[in-house]
Design a binder for this molecule. Structure first.
Ligand code: S5P
Length: 264
């Protein structure tokens, strides 16, 4: 049996029971893209305009819902319309980090009601297993999936070594809900278990941003580090060039690196 990094996204669907994970891998295979857009802009208008342009090229739209200055329920309706139009999934990058009972409320209630519209969200493993159990109570019945932040792309990150290993162990204890990791590389190279790895800090034209972000290329992330999804933000929407052309450039770079990985 082949290692999971040598299998196609489609072949890996059977490794997951989680609905969101299965849907995501199916979608990636169908649209031939491993690109996630991190759309960190501050107005509804900008967000919806860029999402409409880049939607055809991505598998996953990553949101920071709390940075929108004019968030309202209409935004969620518009977002869902774009999701249907362009066939992508939604990942709210909420980075939950509190005790189980608190994150349960933060996930399902408040203004944003994240669990209602985000297929995937993420959490820091820092508080211990209770954070996953709390989120799972809300998310699993809705067919949602969770990523654990096992590593971070920023300079000086404390999520390394034993912390990263403990994140993997935590994921193993919650295989039904934890579908993978935010990390810079594949963390588990065992053909019998599979996790989807998404890597932020991806850029073709710069190596850092002045606030600690560190960029690597899609080839480095997908081919050399065996990650599964590249998360790209400013490289696409703040390059000063055409966003569609930039999205295509990253989509092709990510997909070609994946094809090369399968052939190696
Ligand atoms: O370690 C991380 C984890 C995440 S989710 N480093 C990150 O940069 N992120 C997110 O990825 C970050 O919050 C931002 O939304 C995106 C990177 O954006 P870019 O503009 O630097 O590509």
């Amino acid at each position: 049996m082949a290692f999971n990094s040598k299998k196609t996204y489609g072949e890996r669907i059977e490794n997951f029971t989680n609905i969101a994970a299965r849907e995501l891998l199916t979608l990636m295979e169908r649209k031939k893209t491993n690109l996630s857009l991190a759309l960190d802009v501050n107005t509804k208008r900008e967000f919806l305009e860029i999402a409409d342009k880049v939607g055809p090229y991505i598998c996953l739209l990553k949101t920071h819902i709390d940075i929108l200055v004019d968030f309202d329920q209409d935004f969620i309706e518009q977002l869902k319309k774009l999701q249907n139009k362009h066939d992508f999934m939604i990942f709210e990058d909420r980075k939950f980090a509190d005790i189980g009972n608190t994150v349960k409320h933060q996930y399902s209630k408040g203004i944003y009601k994240i669990a209602e519209w985000a297929n995937i969200t993420n959490a820091h493993p820092l508080p211990g297993d209770g954070i996953v159990s709390g989120l799972k109570e809300v998310g699993l019945p809705l067919g949602r999936g969770l990523l654990l932040l096992a590593e971070m792309s920023s300079k000086g990150s404390l999520a390394t070594g034993a912390y990263t290993e403990a994140a993997v162990e935590m994921a193993r204890r919650h295989r039904d809900f934890v579908i993978g990791f935010i990390a810079g590389r594949k963390l588990v190279s065992n053909e019998n278990e599979d996790f989807i790895v998404m890597s932020p800090g991806v850029g073709l034209d710069s190596s850092k941003d002045g606030l600690g972000q560190q960029y690597r290329t899609p080839r480095n992330v997908i081919l050399e580090s065996n990650s599964d999804i590249i998360i790209v933000g400013r490289g696409i929407y703040e390059s000063g060039k055409d966003v569609i052309e930039e999205a295509l450039r990253y989509k092709n770079a990510g997909w070609n690196a994946y094809l090369e990985r399968l052939m190696n």
